[in-house]
Structures are given as structure tokens and as C-alpha cells.
Design a protein around this ligand. Sequence first.
Ligand code: MD3
Ligand code: FE
Length: 205
Amino acid sequence: MQLPHALAIAEGVQLWPEALDQSQQAELLGAVLSAVEKAPFVHPTMPRTGTPFSVTQTNFGTLGWVSDRDGYRYQELHPNTGKPWPPIPPMLISLWHAALPDAPDPQCCLVNYYDAGARMGLHQDRDETALDVPVLSVSLGAKALFRLGGTSRKSPSRSLTLHSGDLLAFGGPARLAFHGIDRIVAGSCGLVPDGGRINLTLRRV
Ligand code: MD3
Ligand code: FE
């Protein structure tokens, strides 16, 4: 996999707009949905309160990120099936190395599914010890209004539209940036079943 030069969106943030063309998006979605058959989407809940997330999630790779009443953590087994997470599809591994030539293989691919009403509040990803390695995000399906802030919750934030096929890397100071999804634009893309959106984030843990 070859990628063109990335756009620098902010310090440590690289964007490859529509890095995947329609046929590559369809191929990746096929690989993702077939792996999801072995590791169905889970309804995560907030630590302590048990409030459900509006997104559903699953993982591929040796470690998966889960959230339930007991907290946030990485674990080797799917919480409902008790089986290891499926392998990360080879196409995602190729994208990772094309985008991040110095990084070792990813250990986790968190899969978020957004239906029309789903969102993700402003948060930091800090359950990993490998904070020196960037996170790579791949978007499929409906457009999303993505919010990117700074390393403090109070830092000013900006809104970016993420499109199907976009690739984004967050490294350096951006690795600990606050970020979230304000909403998706329902009906903006027919790729994902029911007009939804799938986001894949590849990480070292
Ligand atoms: C910036 N996912 O899974 S992708 C997440 O679209 C998450 O589902 C959103 O935030 C989504 O944790 C946003 C962009 C993204 C992903 C991970 C990051 C931005 C990031 C990690 C650190 C900094
Ligand atoms: Fe995040």
C-alpha cells in the first residue's frame, strides 16, 4: 500500500483525505464485517454508572479495549464470546505501516459503530502505555463531525468533517489531545449498512 503525502492538520496530526477509494473502502468493509461475525459488537457502558455508550464496539488484534461498570481496560478475550479477538485484517496492517513507517505492528484495532444518533463525548485516549506510538484512525461510511482539542479539556477545539476512506494519525503532542464525535451526518454515505459509520482505530497498547 502506497500513500500520498499527508496534510498536516495540527502538530502531530496527519490527514490522508480519502486515502481509500470506493473499491478499497468496500474491500475493507467486507473484511471488517466478516471479522465482526466472529466478534459481534458489544454495548459498552460507563464505569461505575453503567450508562450505555451510544456507539457499539468490538476489537481485532491481540488486545481489545473494553468499558463496563468495572472500568476501562485492554483484554485478550471478547467479553461475551470469551474467545480471542479476530486478527487485524491484513489491509489495515498495510495501511498502518504505510502511514507510520517507523512503528511496530499494531496490537489493537478498536471498531466503533455509529448509527444515526450516536456520538462520542470529548475524551483522551490514555489507557495505553505506548504513548510514543501514534494512533491511526480509518473512517468508513457516513460523514462525521469530529472535534479536536488540545491536551487540556479547556483548550480551544476545532471541528473537522471526517469522510469515508479518510486516514488520520495522531502522534507527538496530539497523542493526548482531547477529541470526540459531535454527530454523524445520517444518509451522507451508503457504504455501511443502515447509513451508519464505522471507525477503526489502530494502536499499540
Ligand atoms: C486523537 N474514536 O475510538 S477517531 C476512539 O471516530 C475515538 O470513532 C473516534 O476517539 C471515532 O477513541 C475518533 C479519531 C481519533 C482516534 C483516536 C485518537 C483521534 C485521536 C487518539 C488520540 C488522539
Ligand atoms: Fe478516542
